[in-house]
Design a protein around this ligand. Structure first.
Ligand SMILES: [Fe+2]
Length: 297
């Protein structure tokens, strides 16, 4: 009943079209068919990995967790319902929109919207970037990672993801506030049943859109550098400069996507054998770089 990987992310926006140009021209994703004015971005053989629907606000609508089988999905649903969580089965129409066989929805203790599915449909069409991006590191490791806010329910959310959902600890990072009187930042990095260092991280401070950041992993440093060139050519502001993280060893930069949803574009993320791993506790986020561009939007 382990969670296999992060399969898709759904956002809402009053202006989904902004994601089309950002995805296709800046990141190098493909566009996939999507209904009702939505924008679907494809980064591998899956039908899409990011879906942006028309909505009143720029907001995280669903984190789609992949389960390995119908039996695993049913067991997870029973497990969560048994813990007293409200679970809602997706309709056939909703499942079709997500290109999944079956799913259900619930929320975590911090209010983040979760979906669990099995059986991605419409897979197989190869990824061919419209601007020549070579590809993204996905497969069994899923689309990348997402960091969400667990402000106000940090410990409860951590216990939910580890004890109830069965994600594993990767790193527990505390960054002392640079300003007196401001809270420290804390991030709990958690892995699913695949080698990616973390598929989810929980952040202790609030996020206006619900997405602290979303990470897509490119195949090599040249691809990351070319993406950074495209960002700078368009004068799109960075949230953080190029740098290398200590915990997953990723070289990346953070760019403000549409509606200031931050995207981390990286490469060289660690892939681990969890049977030989000891979770880490850290206070230093980076080997170098990742200077935050305070005040930038
Ligand atoms: Fe990240």
């Amino acid at each position: 009943m382990k969670i296999s990987n992060l399969g898709y992310v759904i956002l809402s926006s009053p202006a989904p079209d902004a994601w089309r140009s950002f995805g296709l021209e800046v990141i190098g994703t493909m566009e996939a068919p999507a209904p009702d004015g939505a924008v679907a971005l494809k980064i591998d053989e899956h039908p899409f990995r990011i879906l942006v629907e028309t909505g009143e606000a720029d907001r995280l609508q669903a984190i789609g967790w992949e389960m390995a089988s119908h039996a695993d999905l049913a067991a997870m649903r029973d497990h969560l319902a048994g813990q007293g969580l409200a679970v809602r089965s997706g309709t056939a129409e909703e499942a079709e929109k997500r290109c999944v066989t079956e799913f259900f929805a619930t929320t975590d203790p911090a209010g983040n919207p979760l979906e669990f599915y099995y059986g991605r449909t419409g897979c197989g069409e190869p990824f061919v970037s419209p601007i020549g991006t070579s590809g993204f590191v996905t497969g069994a490791m899923g689309l990348g990672h997402i960091v969400v806010s667990a402000a106000g329910a940090f410990e409860e959310a951590y216990r939910f993801y580890t004890t109830t959902l069965g994600l594993g600890d990767s790193d527990d990072l505390t960054i002392a506030s640079p300003q007196a009187g401001m809270p420290d930042m804390r991030v709990r990095f958690l892995h699913a049943d695949n080698p990616r260092h973390h598929s989810l991280a929980l952040f202790n401070l609030p996020s206006p859109t619900g997405v602290v950041h979303l990470m897509l992993e490119m195949e090599n440093l040249d691809e990351v550098g070319r993406c950074l060139d495209r960002v700078e050519a368009r004068n799109i502001s960075l949230m953080a400069s190029l740098g290398r993280h200590c915990n997953d060893n990723m070289v990346s930069f953070y760019v403000h996507g549409p509606a200031n949803v931050p995207l981390e574009i990286g490469c060289e993320g660690l892939q681990l054998d969890w049977t030989r791993f000891e979770p880490t506790v850290s206070t230093v986020p980076d080997h170098w770089g990742h200077a935050y561009q305070l005040g930038a939007e």
